[in-house]
Design a protein around this ligand. Sequence first.
Ligand code: C2E
Ligand code: CA
Ligand code: CA
Length: 951
Amino acid sequence: MEPVPEPDAGRPDPPPSDPPPSDPPPSDPPRAPAVRGVPWLVLAGGILLSVLAWDRSARSLHEQAQHRFSIRVEELHSQLGDRLRVYEQVARSAASVVTAFPQLRRAEWNRFVEALRIPERYPGILAVAYARAVGAGRAGDLAAAMRADDAPGFRVWPEHGGAERAINIFSAPANETSARALGFDLMSEGIRRDAIERARDSGQPTATRAITLKVDEAGGVQPAFILFQATYRDDPPPPTPEARRASFTGVVLTPVRVMPLIDGLFGGGRHDVLVEVFDTPAGEADFPLYRNGGPTTAAPSLLPFSLLPPSLLPAAPAPISVVRELPLGGRIWTVRYESRPAGGIGVEEWGPPAVLAGGLTLSAALFLLLRTMTATRARALVLAERMTASLRRREAERTQLFTQAPLGIAVIGGDGLVVECNPAFARAAGRGRDAVVGVDLRLRAGDPAVVFALDAALQGESGKLETDQPLLTGGRRSHFSLHFQPVTADGELMFVLAFAEDIGEKRRAEQHIQYLAHFDALTGLPNRVLLFDRIAQALHEARRDGGKVGVLFIDLDRFKVINDSLGHSFGDEVLRSVARRLQAGLRDTDTVGRLGGDEFLIVVRQVADPADAAAVAETVVAQLASPFQVGGQSFVVTPSVGISLYPDDADDVEGLIRCADIAMYNAKETGRNAYRFVTREMGAKSRERMDLEASLRRAIRDGELFLVYQPQVATADGRIVGLEALVRWRHPQDGLVMPGRFLPVAEETGLVIAMGDWVLAEACAQIRRWRDRFGLSVPVAVNLSGAQFRDGLLPVKVAQALDANGLAGPELEIEVTESTLIEDIDTAAATLAGLKERGVLIALDDFGTGYSSLSYLHRLPIDKVKIDRSFIQDLSSGASDASVPRAIVGLGRSLGLSVIAEGVENEAQLQLLRDLACESYQGYLFSRPLPPDQMEALLAGLAARDATPAG
Ligand code: C2E
Ligand code: CA
Ligand code: CA
């Protein structure tokens, strides 16, 4: 939760009345991405730079070291080379002495060598000696001569030698070692002989390979070599090896210990360079003649950096190794120089790590600094942004709340003047905002009660009230709920909030609901609920006062037809007119209400005699007798009225209504436009109806139904042109029951569907049989009830019945009445089209009795019209002229329909039909409906007659 300052609670800060600026919703707080990245960039750059600097400084340091080292190696190597040259020179000068003084004596040699001051000046040289070359046979002479020359113990060893011998005759400085070497035949030993021969042949100083001197053999390995320099009789020595061999007189030998020789140069404290000397070419030797100091020491650990990866540690500079060659006495020595830290790491070695460490430290410090700075800044920015957004949002919310609240809100100052009001308040007052603000409500309120309430609020007392006066005089009128709420700070009144709600609409809605609950919306008459209530009230009264109550059940005759054919709004208008007339004819004590549809109910109170109720019924019939004028049309609506009486027929509300209903049905059955009192017999009849339903159900199931067939014949020659199937019921107890008795029940209960299915199947099966047996070629008509027609499955069922019997379609005719079609003309047209598609013929039954105009006829796929029986009956009785049958015949002709007359009972009627050129008829005159066996006899006769040749 970000801290948001509390809004100033002291004073009201009226929001602007104009709609709040539509702020875009506060977006997410900024992330300050640019600023936030900087420290990281700095850190990365710092590290990179530090590493680069470290690498550069390390590299240059290494280069410097290499340079320094190569200079040092150069110096050392030339020193070493110089020394060896000097040592060679020692051998040479000794050889020149021998050459110059062929008769040199031992003492003279000793003096010469001593003058060289070998121990001080030529470290490593053990002695400078001379071996005289003698033939094999001359060794004895030499020994003798030597013994003579102040060397009494001189003897040649080994005693026996080769053809050429080189016998050590002088060796100085004179000491025990030198003395022991005297007399030794150097040629007796391979390495020495080899070197001597090379020295003899080359005339140059020649060195042996590394050996251990005889004197050292007892005292462990001491690498050494012997340097030889040949002497010749001729001076200068002869130029060719052969001549030199011939001139060869002896050889100066200088044994040298390697260690002291080189130590003098590299030894002592000078361990900055590791020197290894091999007396073989580089790479061949595995053990050096010489090596100064021990092995290379590991660099000491550098504590400050021990946590860094080793690659970043400032290691001692990597050792630099240089290999040089050194010629010595005809051999090539190899010298390997290796740099070596002189102990610890020098200032310069600390340089690169210091650079690295410094760089890294600096980078880290910079990074931390920047990061702290940027993070703080970014956080501050985000917080500020959030705070602003939150404040703005709150402000917008408050403004919106105020301006958009459906509740009227006004702020009234301590002086009673309106400081501010919201649009809802202005609307409630019926004035603009400017006409409300600044007004003293106490002077302008429409209701004094409001003034009292506001006065109380200004005294600090909240109050609620409702008023149906305008909030401001001359303003809008409605029903308002008002609430005054004083707002105080530290016990002192700051202002008063006035909340105003227009509850007029709510009030009206409540009243309307109340009304709807008890009154019929269409006619405004009491509805079923209120009627029940009124009857109950009347019954209560009658019980108390001992009177009677009459209930009249009124149903309009054929109202359904009006509604269906002329439209519902027309029907509604008729119902309203009927309601007005019913009401007009009533006493104040009586109540008329509508139960629904075209059913009305009248409650008659204080009935002393049934005649009082009858009088009311008569008034009803009379009231409706005069024609209605609706939508420019004039027509008559007749009622059927049933009457029940308390306490005669029933003693409760439901019972009374049920009885009146039964009586009404009775009135309808017996001719309409009449009233009937309910009778015991009627009650019995209604019970009988229920029995009938149960037994009809059983009849369908148990096959108690059967069909009879009535022929249709041509008026001209009496030829059979069709048959009509009519249903009958063979009741197990009651015997034959006619459709007029059970069809209404079948229709009311829906049983007519199952019955109709059976009729269809049975008729089709019969057609099949008669076609096969008698060559029946005329269609058989089947009657359909409205319920079957509305079923939706009719075309399917018809097709199934046809298919089941292998019939094409035109063998079957369907009879429907006008009223069935007119109920829903569009669906009817579709159903008929479906039947027509299957080839079935369609006949319009009871034609002429309906209300509809003939206009729909051409819209329907009708093949035949049947003039209703009533018109034919009228024909013979002379009650009316033949205008209706004539019109129907003419219509049929013009539309290409065949016309048939029903109920023709006598010749006169037939003659009239012939005169009208009505093509066919049906009636008792020709034949009553016949059961199948009798019908078969007729068909058999016809078939036989057809078979008989005419004439
Ligand atoms: P409807 O379709 O008008 O049938 C003709 C009625 O007139 C039949 O009465 C028939 O017996 C009677 N009738 C025939 N010729 C004469 C005559 O010369 N004079 C007189 N006075 N009457 C004659 P029914 O069989 O009692 O049928 C009455 C009504 O029952 C029929 O009137 C028809 O609407 C209905 N109905 C009969 N069978 C069926 C059926 O299978 N299904 C359906 N839905 N209704 C049927
Ligand atoms: Ca019929
Ligand atoms: Ca008929």
